[in-house]
Write a protein that binds this ligand. Structure first.
Ligand SMILES: Cc1cc2nc3c(=O)[nH]c(=O)nc-3n(C[C@H](O)[C@H](O)[C@H](O)COP(=O)(O)OP(=O)(O)OC[C@H]3O[C@@H](n4cnc5c(N)ncnc54)[C@H](O)[C@@H]3O)c2cc1C
Ligand code: FES
Length: 279
């Protein structure tokens, strides 16, 4: 029987410095059949286990969309043992990868609707996957809006793509940094994400909202969205509870009877409301 924990081998094709201690790897599958098997299953919102051999595994979202089927990208912040090992790695080296795991955003059911994405800090990583997926199928959706903030200009990730998205005439982009985080040439807003969402006031009419970022940002953004008119079952988020196996085997990620690694990581706010307060 095949070992479900056996990682696929990936070559780091390039590494981009996004923000302090935050890096994006572009990874190529070393075996074509594994790439095909991955993309046959992969949907936006799913995550994977990435391994540094001899050190361990870490869970990251897949930051590239399923509409781009040659490679996968991940963006990680150096916070501990495994991410420090990744931070030392260079293009050309091999790392491990297993997935995709978890549920995904129900993009099919959003066709014809507007999509508002609200992200903070490195929370743009799973939203980037979703946004490119939506943009690659642009005619299937009505208005597309991104509201993204970080503490400072230096902390904004995907800076080149932010410029590209700002230059498009088929989406709205609102960028903000916390007061005091501006640079002299900053042309975005200055203010915390929940405040900026309230000011931008995207229409809730036939629209879904997806929120991802630090828990404090999510906590204060949800009431703003609800005040604008978004229903709890039209607001989605993705949880980052601590995980180990990623497969529903170890019990590390449980919230009540739910396994975040299998039932999530994507939940509506209505679903979270019916779960114990542990998330
Ligand atoms: C579904 C999912 C998607 C994720 N996507 C990303 C991503 O795209 N990019 C990214 O950088 N990270 C992401 N994470 C978080 C990432 O898995 C953790 O930061 C990971 O533990 C880092 O591994 P490490 O060995 O370097 O850190 P560790 O040595 O395990 O821990 C370092 C520090 O971070 C704390 N910590 C570890 N995990 C968590 C957690 N889940 N919540 C709060 N504190 C924690 C530890 O207590 C410790 O203080 C995701 C997590 C989940 C569950
Ligand atoms: S991470 Fe092991 S059961 Fe969810």
């Amino acid at each position: 029987m095949d070992n479900i924990y056996r990682p696929m081998l990936m070559t780091i094709e390039n590494a981009i410095e996004e923000a302090p201690l935050t890096r994006t790897f572009k990874l190529r599958f070393q075996k074509d059949e594994e790439r095909e098997a991955f993309f046959a299953k992969y949907r936006a919102g799913q995550f994977a286990e990435y391994s540094a051999f001899g050190t361990g595994e870490s869970v990251f979202c897949v930051a590239s969309p399923p509409t781009r089927r040659e490679y996968v990208e991940c963006t990680f912040r150096k916070v501990g043992r495994v991410t420090s090992a990744f931070y030392e790695m260079e293009p050309g080296q091999t790392m491990g990868f297993r997935g995709p795991y978890g549920n995904s955003f129900p993009i099919e059911s959003w066709k014809g609707k507007s999509v508002v994405i609200v992200a903070g800090g490195i929370g743009l990583a799973p939203m980037r996957c979703l946004l490119w997926n939506v943009l690659d199928l642009r005619k299937d959706f009505a208005d597309v809006t991104l509201i993204y903030g970080a503490r400072t200009v230096a902390d904004l990730v995907y800076k080149r793509e932010l410029e590209e998205w700002r230059g498009r005439n088929d989406m709205n982009v609102v960028l903000t940094v916390d007061p005091g985080g501006e640079t002299p040439d900053w042309t975005g807003r200055s203010g915390f994400v929940p405040t900026v969402v309230g000011e931008a006031k995207p229409s809730a009419e036939n629209c879904v909202a997806i929120v991802c970022g630090p828990p404090i940002m999510i906590k204060f953004t949800l009431p703003v969205l609800e005040k604008i008119g978004f229903q709890k079952d039209n607001i989605f988020t993705t949880l980052e509870n601590r995980m180990k196996c990623g497969l529903g085997k170890c019990g590390r990620c449980n919230v009540g009877k739910h396994y975040v690694c299998k039932d999530g990581p994507v939940f509506t706010i209505a679903q979270l409301g019916s779960m114990p307060d542990e998330y």
